[in-house]
Design a protein around this ligand. Structure first.
Ligand code: SF4
Length: 442
């Protein structure tokens, strides 16, 4: 890495899966406002449903998600409450057509096949699910079974994502999640035998004790599984926010310069292996819908990361799930007990959010374009006169060659794409550079 770029690589920035970022949500959005927003959704809207399963069988040290250890017997209660929440939301919603269902967590495969199918049937009961539904499930490969694989196939799941991160034993031990390659390969075999062809693999760079050689080995092994998509996330070490990350030895983490080099090495390797770069951290075969969306300029970024032009209206279910409606963002209560208590009292279990205004929409669109296309033409939003502070903030990045400005347009050169979050932050009216609020920009 060019040493002149180090100060930029060390800066913190939001991931921009929403605008504003979720740390700017507050209690001004409550159940009543959410109910009003749900009722105002136009009945021609194609909905995207996100189901958050907050349980895991083990808690990995590196994880930044809202998850809880399951004691086994609690899953049945969760399923019952989730279906009650679906009843509450569907009764208030102005739309019925579902184009997308995404299961995340936590570990959606803590649900048994019967529990999973029960929820799917409940969704079928309330909604008009489109024949071309995009149905995706995030899975922990350590707990995939033949029975589960067949249940996903029967439910019309089209894509499964496997959480891998790294295949090297010493890195897995340092990050608190051990899963040998052979175990992941066996999960893939079970899923493919059941007819689930489209598989994504999640990898990470910047992990404790991880070297560039370790990352290269993980990529080679991941490619052997022939996934259609690989996501490569930078590990975000935020122990002040996620207490379990205190178990990770901070001294064993690669520095900013090594992280940059790791991400560049991974990009080159994945491109050579036939995976196209999509957005900041995704790689896909040319036939994958994500690659098609990138080609056609319909790529979007939301809480699931990069997605093909999905519905702008996302309805989240489960503790901490975030909904994105025309009115704004609404986030569910994070703790399982309080979420259940609210649902059992027939209350939409929302605790916080953000009502978007015209300024948010304008800035959000600019940031969306930067994060998805690495360029934006501001003339559609009134030109630089509408963003004078952004122009000033970008000056050091322009001087460092990380962004180019041509009239009202800006673009990020291919070699500088890792710095896109910093470029986006120049348009952020809520977030100012801070050493603690976010993860490293690179
Ligand atoms: S990484 Fe996945 S399995 Fe591990 S704690 Fe987080 S959500 Fe659970």
């Amino acid at each position: 890495m060019d040493p002149h770029l180090l100060p930029f690589a060390e800066r913190q920035a939001p991931r921009y899966t929403s605008y504003p970022s979720a740390n700017h949500f507050d209690a001004s959005v409550d159940a009543e406002i959410y109910r009003r927003w749900l009722g105002a959704v136009d009945d021609t809207t194609n909905l995207s449903l996100y189901l958050h399963v907050p349980y895991c069988r083990q808690l990995c040290w590196y994880c930044g998600c809202n998850t809880f250890l399951t004691r086994g017997g609690d899953i049945g209660d969760f399923v019952t409450t989730l279906m009650m929440e679906i009843d509450l939301v569907a009764s208030a919603l102005g739309a019925r057509t579902v184009a997308e269902v995404h299961w995340g967590g936590g570990t959606p495969n803590v649900l048994s096949a019967a529990e999973f199918l029960r929820i799917v049937h409940h969704i079928d009961f309330w909604f008009d699910v489109r024949a071309d539904l995009r149905h995706a499930v995030e899975l922990d490969p350590r707990y995939v079974t033949t029975e589960l694989a067949h249940a996903y196939a029967a439910a019309g799941v089209g894509r499964v994502s496997l959480g891998v991160q790294d295949f090297n034993a010493h890195v897995q031990e340092a990050m608190g999640r051990v899963q040998p390659f052979e175990q992941v390969r066996e999960s893939v075999r079970m899923l493919r035998d059941a007819g689930l062809e489209t598989i994504s693999v999640d990898l990470m760079y910047g992990l404790p004790r991880q070297t560039a050689g370790d990352l290269a080995r993980s990529i080679r092994l991941a490619a052997e599984l022939k996934p259609s998509r690989i996501a490569l996330f930078g590990y975000a070490h935020v122990p002040w926010f996620k207490r379990r990350q205190r178990l990770i030895d901070a001294k064993a983490l690669p520095g900013a310069s090594e992280r940059f080099d790791q991400a560049e090495l991974a990009r080159r390797m994945l491109n050579d292996l036939g995976y196209l770069s999509i957005g900041l951290d995704h790689f896909a075969r040319s036939h994958d819908p994500l690659a098609t969306a990138a080609r056609e300029g319909t790529l979007r970024r939301n809480f699931q990361g990069y997605v093909p032009a999905a519905s702008e209206t996302v309805i989240g279910f489960g503790p901490s799930a975030i909904s994105h409606l025309p009115g704004g963002y609404a986030q569910n209560i994070s703790t399982i007990g309080a979420w259940r208590h609210a649902v059992e009292a027939d209350t939409l279990p929302v605790s916080r959010g953000h009502a978007v205004n015209a300024e948010d929409l304008r800035r959000g669109s600019v940031i969306q374009s930067i994060m998805c296309n690495f360029e934006v033409d501001l003339s559609a939003w009134g030109g630089w006169d509408m963003f004078p502070e952004a122009h000033a903030e970008l000056r050091p990045l322009v001087e460092a060659g990380l962004v180019e400005i041509h009239g009202d347009a800006l673009c990020i050169p291919p070699a500088a794409r890792q710095f896109s979050r910093l470029v986006a932050m120049a348009f952020d009216a809520y977030d100012q550079p801070s050493p603690l609020a976010h993860s490293r920009a690179v």
